[in-house]
Write a protein that binds this ligand. Structure first.
Ligand code: 0O2
Length: 212
């Protein structure tokens, strides 16, 4: 039995650091009174049971888990509009070779999954300074709109309930909902500038009220 509690320590540290770094980008835009392509950031370390389950599913030997399972550490960046995803991607690419290294990308936006899932994934290598020296870990950054996130969260819980064997009629409904979420993103993109201007005005008003 592997000492998972100890193995996961650098992954937890990486999640903590990456959350701070991406939240700092949002905070900086806000302080400059500029629009932030990052709406909010979450992160998690995969549960040991899910790691073992995934290893079994792909026939991965336990000793190779850390090299082959790329999403033990997972960061999720939510954006308001679909084109923000590509701005976030540029922000990540600008750091390639600096505090992180991009390993490869998975574009589930232009190549939507059969389930209806859409998101942009970037697999990175991230150096963690531990008490025992540097450890390079793999992490997955998922970049998605709020609508994509809404759909994925619902679908994930339905999948959990049916243990990955969702009845056909529900699968069909979920696919239709994915199309609706996609249309919502497309419509919102068309009025993007209008929405951003309105949000700026709203923020200006809230700041004035809070300083009175
Ligand atoms: P959790 O709870 O987030 O850890 P696989 O994981 O088997 O689908 P692969 O190639 O290893 O396939 O990784 P991929 O495609 O990059 O997917 C990894 C993660 O992306 C998943 O992690 C989900 O978070 C998300 N994802 C991928 N496909 C779907 C989907 O159809 N629906 C939803 N809701 N999310 C998806 P985990 O391990 O599934 O879950």
């Amino acid at each position: 039995m592997r000492q998972w509690k100890n193995i996961l320590i650098p992954y937890e540290q990486a999640i903590g650091e990456l959350k701070v770094k991406f939240k700092a980008i949002r905070a900086e835009y806000r302080k400059r009174n500029e629009y932030s392509p990052i709406e909010f950031v979450t992160g998690r370390v995969k549960r040991v049971s899910s790691i073992i389950e995934k290893a079994k599913k792909y026939g991965i030997d336990e000793k190779n888990i850390e090299q082959e399972i790329e999403d033990i550490a997972g960061i999720r960046i939510m954006c308001q509009f679909e084109d923000d995803i590509y701005r976030v991607l540029e922000l990540i690419k600008a750091r390639d070779g600096k505090d992180l290294t991009i390993v490869y990308e998975k574009d589930y936006i232009n190549n939507q999954k059969d389930s209806g899932y859409r998101s942009y994934h970037v697999i990175i290598r991230y150096p963690v300074q531990t008490a025992y020296g540097e450890k390079n870990i793999l992490a997955e950054i998922q970049i998605r709109t709020l609508a994509m996130n809404f759909w994925a969260t619902i679908e994930h819980s339905v999948n959990y309930k049916y243990k990955n064997d969702i009845p056909e009629n529900i699968k069909l409904r979920l696919k239709k909902s994915a199309e609706a979420a996609h249309r919502l993103d497309e419509e919102m993109l068309k009025i993007r500038d209008e929405v951003i201007n309105a949000q700026k005005l709203f923020e200006l008003k809230s700041n004035t009220v809070s300083t009175i």
